[in-house]
Design a protein around this ligand. Structure first.
Ligand code: SAH
Length: 282
């Protein structure tokens, strides 16, 4: 975990930047006027790189190094899980679903439950980008379509795609721990026969093409992989791209346009954006 202490007025902005690529950011009061951002990092992350990233974000906001404290504290897995479990109340997702803890069997007001198991992976349905992607997947999945979920985290979006009628979903995550969590969550939701999990990234599609891709990943991913994303889609396929701020949309849209994508729609929640793009004719 990376602790960054910032003035209250800047907490949202800095949390948004540090949230990208991390497991999640907890925002806690530190002392009057100051907020502590607790940035949870995957076990394979390079803490030196994150320390540097935090220092850059602070200096970009004109904060001197001594205005904030950076401390890397290891968080024992158990504590993370407990915290996560305690914070997990049912979270409505899209129009049809609600995310619940695995044990919960209560009626959820007509919404279909998706059961999550606490673990060290991003994707509880709380984050704006997950919510934007889930709504997009709900709208875009057609019965029998094939989907690729890039950066699956807990596997939540893959489950939404399967429940909405996809006949095959390939879910990949570069973090082996996230992939393990996703496999467990898929089994708990009886989605294991439609969704296949692989550790890795877009290369793990092994030449397969899809009718839709959902990718909730940091902005640099789209810029570096625009051509590979286009290759992974069948003609008329859709790409739901999120994990970045509205401020970054122009740059990402232009990288994707250069690889043959057309922007069809932009949705946003707070500072976060989700692009719907098409490749070829529908
Ligand atoms: N899809 C989930 C989780 C998104 S978090 C949701 O929408 O809530 C982003 C996930 O992408 C993380 O689990 C991270 O490990 C993974 N990831 C980051 N970079 C990646 C890359 N280049 N290829 C594949 N997965 C990546």
């Amino acid at each position: 975990m990376l602790n960054v202490r910032v003035p209250d007025a800047l907490d949202d902005e800095i949390a948004a930047v540090l949230g990208s690529g991390s497991l999640g950011v907890e925002v806690a009061a530190f002392r009057p006027g100051m907020t502590e951002l607790r940035v949870y990092l995957g076990q394979t992350e390079d803490t030196g790189v994150w320390r540097e990233r935090a220092a850059q974000v602070l200096s970009a906001h004109g904060l001197p190094a001594d205005a904030s404290e950076l401390a890397i504290d290891p968080v024992p897995d158990g504590r993370w899980v407990e915290r996560w479990q305690a914070s997990l109340s049912p979270i409505p997702l899209g129009r049809r679903f609600v995310v619940v803890a695995k044990e919960s069997a209560l009626d959820q007001g007509g919404r279909e439950p998706i059961r999550l198991i606490p673990g060290m992976a991003f994707g509880t349905g709380e984050h704006e980008t997950t919510r934007l992607c889930a709504a997009g997947v709900e709208q875009q999945v057609t019965p029998g379509s094939r989907w690729l979920d890039l950066g699956t985290g807990t596997g939540l979006l893959a489950i939404v795609a399967a429940r909405c009628g996809a006949s095959r979903v390939l879910a990949v995550d570069s973090d082996p721990e996230a992939a393990a969590v996703a496999s467990e969550v898929l089994a708990a939701n009886a989605a294991g026969d439609v969704v296949e999990v692989r550790v890795g990234s877009i290369a793990e599609r092994c030449g397969e093409t899809f009718d839709g891709i959902v990718a909730n990943i940091q902005s640099s991913f789209f810029i570096a992989n625009a051509a590979s994303l286009a290759d992974a889609l069948a003609n008329g396929g859709v790409l739901l791209a999120s994990g970045f701020l509205e401020d970054d949309v122009e740059e990402i849209a232009s990288a994707l346009s250069a690889s043959g994508f057309r922007v069809e729609a932009l949705a946003s929640e707070g500072p976060w954006a989700c692009l719907l793009l098409l490749r070829g004719e529908r």
